[in-house]
Write a protein that binds this ligand. Structure first.
Ligand SMILES: C[S@@+](CC[C@H](N)C(=O)[O-])C[C@H]1O[C@@H](n2cnc3c(N)ncnc32)[C@H](O)[C@@H]1O
Length: 273
């Protein structure tokens, strides 16, 4: 379903929007809520496409949402999977903020979502014996996105889709001396390049871990500059030697050490490469 149609579908479900707080008790909305709803709809459009392609034969989709906050994304996704793809969904939301987790429980109960549960804790420390088909994270701040990617890989989740925000870690690491210093001497350019580099390194890391990776946009950059979606689908064939070449090349070009590799040891081969 196209993004506008999906948005209309969600806007027609006032109960849902009231429960998750994306409209007020009288149905009123504001710019911030409308923006969040568009972001969620844009991300869901991409997720549903992936589910349709990769999990077509499954009646039930097991979803884990990292850094879920109030779980706008996870809860909307469960309902869209049911309404549009006729699939059951089990949802586990994880957030370090226990108050938000308690709120998520109340919201899910008010919507009758019996197969949704929420866990208070850091993504990196999340443990589960259950398998998942899909891991998602929307605007998990800074290295929380790296935790989501690392945890998705460690749990062997076949689809990992993240829309990152506030990529601070690499910006502070880019020093002078790399081959593109003529670009990074300008503040806003250094900022943009660091953001791009952070997300490309994440994509290359997923590639190194045996995923096919695409970068898509959940919305127009005019709605939000935090609109890049890193979409990773686990490839079934055996890992090829040298699959981490792109990651290592970028890492040494800028002499940076992304957090994701520390969060997920064992993915990269020995040696600089
Ligand atoms: C910007 S909010 C996004 C929330 C939600 N995904 C959304 O789009 O509305 C970031 C969330 O990440 C949570 N968070 C930050 N670091 C985390 C970590 N390491 N593990 C789990 N949750 C984390 C925060 O508590 C916060 O709820």
């Amino acid at each position: 379903m196209e993004q506008d149609a999906l948005l209309n579908h969600l806007q027609g479900n006032e109960n849902l929007l009231k429960a998750i707080g994306l409209c007020g008790p009288g149905g009123q909305t504001d710019r911030r809520k409308a923006k969040k709803l568009r972001e969620v709809a844009g991300f869901c459009e991409i997720i549903l496409t992936y589910v349709g392609r990769s999990l077509a034969g499954q009646e039930c989709v097991r979803v884990v949402e990292f850094s879920c906050g109030k779980s706008y994304l996870g809860i909307v996704l469960v309902l869209l999977l049911r309404d549009l793809l006729q699939k059951e969904a089990e949802l586990v939301g994880v957030d370090v903020n226990a108050d938000l987790v308690a709120k998520c429980h109340r919201i899910a109960a008010s919507l009758g979502l019996e197969k949704a549960r929420f866990v208070a804790g850091r993504t990196l420390e999340f443990r589960s014996d259950a398998g998942f088909d899909l891991a998602v994270a929307l605007h998990a701040c800074d290295t929380a996105t790296d935790e989501a990617i690392a945890k998705g890989i460690q749990l062997g989740v076949p689809l990992i889709l993240t829309v990152p925000c506030c990529q601070n870690q690499i910006r502070g690491q880019i020093k002078s001396g790399h081959p593109l210093t003529a670009m990074t001497e300008f503040g806003p350019i250094r900022y943009r390049l660091a953001n791009l580099l952070t997300d490309v390194l994440r994509a290359q890391f997923l590639h190194s871990a045996g995923y096919h990776v695409e970068m898509l946009e959940i919305s127009s950059p005019r709605l939000t500059p935090k609109n890049l979606c890193i979409c990773a689908r686990k490839v079934k064939r055996a890992l090829r030697p040298g699959r981490d070449r792109g990651y290592k090349m970028l890492r040494s070009f800028f002499d940076v050490r992304p957090k994701v590799e520390r969060f997920c040891p064992g993915v990269l081969s020995e040696g600089e490469g």
